[in-house]
Design a protein around this ligand. Structure first.
Ligand code: CDP
Ligand code: MG
Length: 703
């Protein structure tokens, strides 16, 4: 066992304890209203039913920390327009508050919306709450995520991704359908939640002015911001000093350990820590490990399983479960189920387990201190996914996961000095990503001036200008008397639930007579990967994939794969043989149908290039000219516009080739800046697509 794995003890702490000096209402400390009728105005709860499963659910509901505060909470919320609610993860905010509001009658005036940053969370929470309410999913309780709407006229509690509510605001900026909007997981500060803050605030103000459409029904708040972390002053100030309600949760003491030395290889350090715990702790105590992404997690899961098989007698068997957003839902469910008796459960997860998903049984947390997140540089125009340090707030959230059911232990695979240098809080996504999509949506909502929009945290003017420039290049904007507006093309682009550049790709495809092909490609890029690559069977995978590979790049390869899938009638066995994720493939077909429907509504001619791949590649070159790279004399690649060094990702079919010029659809930063999903194009096509743009960039480069 290497030296660095023996970690020095650190102070005990209570990450959830309420900071002193804050003006908050303590909800549980005051006793609460109790169940079903201690207070006159507390609406009664449904009685437990006869079914054992339902009974267990009902008992679980009643044992949540929030339950004791139910009456008090309802009484408080009745008198507020807006409120900020903080409570530790797992205390019952997301599943219970919407039900309490429903039971309190708020949904008579309109639907209760609960936004989630993640698609998986919206689906799993809606499923859970509809179970608790003993109704079929999609009836009383439903969900809406991109390309999937499981709601009906009867839906009163609607879970939806923050991005979907933003889309709805394009057609109704007053959000008339809703009596209450709960902005959940606000601490995550996703770009969509941040924009929603402004949209919901404006809707609330306008509806108050109009008076005739009470977003606020008689007693209830219009907007509830929910957060798992304490730094909510900003939210409260933003909603004109909305009161902060603090829900005391379950939090047991946790011991944190730091490494003595900085770790060069966090994956190795995580592995060592897992097996050190595994050899020492009783098997009923589960381990949660935080890593950064799917590939890393799958590889680590395999290594853990391999090592666990070879451990000496007396070591308990290990159940290793990966967890990341693109994992099929049925496999995600396994992390919630208990391990077979005598087994230790080891969950290896992305930051999805930080707050949005609650897993029971965790006693140990192993935190690598790393996360994969977006970064954007407006000068170079590059938006990359990069593996980077977490913030202090994130580190405390991760640590907190060890103390939900009893005292716990957290191993931090970094030194205390390193921790002190972490950013205090996570920088909001809106300040570190490309804003083109947001600006397009705000303009589609007819926000009078995007430059002065009331953002909760303002993005830098450079960022906004870069987004405006990008939309200009895509032909989406017109400038009238210093005011920005959408061109007819811009309005069409906003109708697609896609990044502006992909919307433009679809619109351009009619000019190149290849809409059928482009619809397939864009749909394939809009869902999680359809390729299933088990590391243990790499050679087999490579050999079956050969027949689909095209020297024209990844997009054409994917297109070949999709075509064959379609020709086999969406056959499950075919998917298995070819290492294709059948569920994601079916989703591609659904997404494609929806995008095609939008095209038909716009009366776009839909044609197929009938095997002519050059027109498909030309179309990609004409719409994605801002994401291209060229081969340099020394054999490396640099982006065409700003000459940033980039490399072809090993997962690309072009990895061993040296095409002169490529279009890419994503950048990933690990040891270097990698381009993913590539298509071979002709440099001429790029200059043809945007002559002014390249002329300007060349001039800047020369100066
Ligand atoms: O929002 P918050 O983190 O406060 O908690 P929640 O999501 O409402 O979850 C409350 C409890 O419900 C969790 O601690 C889990 O025990 C349970 N739950 C579950 O078992 N399955 C789900 N899909 C969601 C919640
Ligand atoms: Mg929650």
């Amino acid at each position: 066992m290497p030296e660095e794995a023996s970690l020095p003890p650190a102070k005990r702490f209570r990450p959830g304890s309420c900071p002193p000096g804050r003006r908050v209402e303590m909800l549980l400390a005051a006793g609460g209203g109790g169940a079903g009728g201690g207070r006159r105005h507390t609406p009664p709860l449904a009685q437990p039913s006869a079914s054992p499963y339902r009974e267990a659910l009902e008992l679980q509901r009643r044992s949540l920390p929030i339950f004791r505060a139910r009456g008090q909470l309802l009484a408080q919320l009745r008198n507020l327009d807006s409120a900020v609610l903080i409570g530790e993860t797992g205390s019952g905010k997301t599943t219970q508050i919407p039900q309490y509001l429903y039971e309190g009658g708020i949904s008579r005036q309109g639907v209760i919306a609960v936004t989630q940053p993640r698609r998986v969370a919206a689906i799993s929470l809606a499923t859970r709450v509809s179970d608790e309410k003993r109704t079929e999913l999609g009836k009383l309780v439903g969900y809406t995520v991109r390309f999937e709407d499981v709601t009906s006229e009867d839906t009163r509690i609607k879970f939806l991704t923050d991005g979907m509510l933003l889309r709805e605001a394009i057609s109704d900026s007053l959000l008339r359908k809703y009596s209450c909007v709960i902005l959940d997981e606000a601490h995550e500060r996703t770009i969509h939640t941040d924009v929603l803050f402004g949209v919901v605030k404006a809707a609330q103000k306008r509806r108050k002015e109009l008076g005739k459409l009470p977003l606020k029904p008689l007693f209830f708040p219009q907007v509830i911001v929910m957060s798992a972390t304490m730094d909510v002053d900003l939210f409260s100030q933003y909603f004109d000093g909305a009161p902060v309600l603090y829900l005391e949760g379950r939090q047991h003491p946790i011991q944190t350990f730091y490494t003595k030395q900085p770790q060069q290889d966090y994956l190795h350090a995580a592995l060592v820590s897992v097996f050190q715990i595994h050899q020492e702790a009783p098997p009923s105590q589960d381990i949660l490990v935080f890593l950064t992404g799917q590939e890393e997690i799958e590889a680590m899961s395999k290594t853990c399983r391999d090592i666990a098989k070879r451990l000496p007698d007396g070591c308990p068997p290990m159940l290793v479960l990966p967890l990341y957003a693109s994992l099929p839902y049925s496999q995600q469910l396994r992390v919630f189920q208990g391990a077979p008796k005598g087994y230790r459960k080891v969950i290896i997860s992305t930051n999805i387990a930080e707050t949005s998903i609650t897993i029971t049984g965790i006693k140990y947390v192993v935190d690598t201190g790393m996360v994969k997140a977006k970064k954007y540089n407006p000068d170079s125009g590059l938006e990359v996914l990069a593996v980077q340090r977490v913030s202090k707030t994130q580190a405390w959230q991760r640590t907190g996961r060890a103390g939900r059911e009893g005292s716990g232990i957290c191993y931090r695979l970094y030194t205390e000095d390193e921790f002190e240098k972490f950013e205090k809080m996570t920088v909001p996504e809106i300040q570190r990503c490309n804003l083109a999509s947001v600006i397009l949506q705000l303009l589609a909502m007819k926000v009078p001036n995007v430059l002065t929009f009331d953002f909760v945290s303002k993005p830098s003017p450079d960022h906004i200008q870069a987004a405006i420039a990008q939309l200009d290049l895509l032909g989406a904007l017109e400038h009238k008397d210093d005011q920005l507006a959408l061109t007819p093309i811009g309005r069409k682009m906003a109708a697609f639930p896609l990044e502006p550049k992909f919307a433009k790709t679809i619109l351009l495809s009619s000019k190149f007579h290849c809409t059928e092909e482009i619809l397939t490609i864009v749909s394939l890029l809009s869902v999680d990967s359809v390729l299933y690559n088990p590391p243990a069977r790499r050679e087999e995978v490579q050999s079956v994939r050969k027949k689909f590979i095209s020297s024209e790049g990844d997009h054409v390869t994917l297109l070949n794969l999709y075509r064959t899938f379609k020709n086999t009638g969406g056959n499950k066995d075919w998917c298995k043989e070819n290492f294709v994720n059948s569920k994601n493939m079916l989703l591609v077909a659904e997404v494609r149908a929806q995008l095609r429907e939008i095209c038909l509504k716009m009366s776009m001619p839909i044609m197929s290039s009938r095997g002519d791949m050059e027109s498909v590649r030309r179309c990609l070159a004409h719409s994605l000219f801002m994401s291209t790279a060229e081969l340099q004399p020394d054999g490396t690649y640099a982006t065409t516009d700003t000459h940033q060094p980039v490399a072809i990702h090993p997962s690309s079919v072009l990895f061993h080739c040296k095409p002169a010029c490529v279009v890419y659809t994503a950048l990933l930063y690990t040891s270097k800046c990698y381009m993913r999903d590539l298509c071979v194009v002709d440099a001429e096509w790029l200059y043809e697509a945007a002559p002014d743009y390249f002329r300007r960039k060349l001039r800047t480069a020369r100066n």
